[in-house]
Design a protein around this ligand. Structure first.
Ligand SMILES: Nc1ncnc2c1ncn2[C@@H]1O[C@H](COP(=O)(O)OP(=O)(O)OP(=O)(O)O)[C@@H](O)[C@H]1O
Ligand code: NI
Length: 374
């Protein structure tokens, strides 16, 4: 296969066009992912946000053949990774790509770690597959990596089994395993959900450092602090479709799709850290704008056909919403006046003020892990 794309010319590392995943259920086909398109550029961190059931996990799992087919059926116009199509690869080829070039981290570390093998064996294996190094070199690398993800006394603990670690430690070990093969793209699906607040803060710090190293990331999270801290761009999902996309500063300061506004509003009123509690009210339409049944601004044009075309909002060309009100005949002024930043609603609740630089802004203590980093 010819390679037309170099490493630094600004072309996307991952390019997804019209991804559709439907799942056969007792009640018929469920359109879990219904025409999703996005890019992840080299070195970029893209966060996928949206309420429970919106299709975030199925999107991630569909990219590298992790959704079981059947009951699912995955189709797309294109899924390209590093300039080559991965949409039509065999299961064996996908497994090889998954191990080496695209690594996944899931919410539940138990699913990633094998209880039978020691932590050292599990971190060392991808290193040895990836780089043809001796056992002792691979062990040294494993210790470095475990230190970097914040496992204290990593050298002494290589021969421990996963169950000897806390849940938060297991999640960090799972991230170390994912990073061990030096992937180009890390796909992390709610990696901070199953751990306590202190560990979340440490993981946040870790993800920032991974992003700083130039690893591309596609991150699913309910925690908007994580998004503010690590994202370059944000994709907002509802009902199997992306409804808004843009640079994190633009989407957070000027949420433009009525769903994004509703989602961000729900962030300020719960425990402040999660949008997981928001769920769709009632049946979600399967054509036109999926959000119209709940939308305070719905009009007749929102129904029928494909989802509304993406339109630039304000003057930023890469901040766009799939909403008829931003079209040539629309008038978004009534929508825009409702917009409040999720970071503003935190500020109102007495949390830390939002900084203009998202990398500086999270209301999260930064743990002192500097000494453990390499
Ligand atoms: N194996 C499956 N069989 C049937 N339905 C499924 C299956 N996997 C996912 N779904 C459905 O597909 C839809 C999208 O699910 P998905 O897990 O992608 O949501 P999500 O956005 O990741 O939600 P959460 O935030 O809760 O993780 C949901 O309605 C879900 O119930
Ligand atoms: Ni999910």
């Amino acid at each position: 296969m010819t390679r037309s794309r170099g490493g630094t010319d600004g072309t996307p590392l991952l390019s997804v066009r019209d991804l559709r995943t439907r799942i056969r259920t007792d009640d018929g086909w469920l359109h879990a992912v219904d025409g999703v398109s996005f890019d992840v550029d080299r070195g970029e961190t893209v966060c996928l946000v949206g309420e429970s059931g919106s299709g975030k996990s199925v999107t991630c799992e569909s990219l590298t053949g992790l959704v079981p087919q059947p009951p699912a059926e995955v189709s797309s116009d294109a899924v390209e990774f590093d300039g080559e199509s991965v949409a039509d690869r065999s299961e064996a080829e996908l497994r090889s790509i998954r191990g080496r070039r695209i690594a996944h981290v899931f919410q539940n570390p138990q699913s990633a770690l094998d209880p039978v093998y020691t932590v050292g064996e599990q971190v060392t294996e991808p290193i040895r597959i990836h780089e043809d190094v001796s056992r002792s070199t691979a062990r040294d690398r494993a210790v470095d990596l475990l230190r970097r993800v914040g496992i204290p006394r990593a050298g002494e603990r290589l021969d421990s089994h996963p169950h000897e670690f806390s849940g938060g430690m297991q999640q960090r070990i799972a991230i170390a395993v994912a990073l061990a093969g030096d992937p180009d793209l890390l796909i992390a699906d709610e990696p901070t959900t199953a751990v306590d607040v202190t560990v979340q803060a440490r993981l946040l710090d870790l993800f920032r450092s991974i992003a700083g190293d130039g690893t591309s990331m596609l991150l699913v999270t309910h925690d908007l602090r994580v998004v503010a801290a690590v994202a370059d761009r944000v994709l907002v999902m509802y009902g199997g479709t992306i409804v808004e996309r843009g640079p994190v500063e633009a989407v957070f300061s000027d949420p433009s799709h009525p769903y994004t506004q509703a989602l961000f509003d729900s962030y300020g009123v719960s425990d402040g850290a999660s949008i997981a509690e928001r769920t769709a009210r009632g049946e979600i339409p399967t054509d036109g704008c999926r959000f119209r049944a709940e939308c305070p601004h719905a009009v007749d044009e929102c129904a029928g056909g494909a989802q509304p075309a993406f339109r630039s909002v304000a003057d930023s060309s890469d901040h766009a919403a799939s909403c008829v009100h931003y079209g040539p005949d629309g008038d978004p002024s009534a929508i825009r006046e409702n917009a409040t930043s999720p970071m503003d609603s935190r500020a109102e609740r007495g949390a830390e003020r939002r900084s203009t630089d998202p990398a500086e802004s999270p209301a999260t203590p930064t743990p002192d892990t500097e000494g453990e980093r390499r």
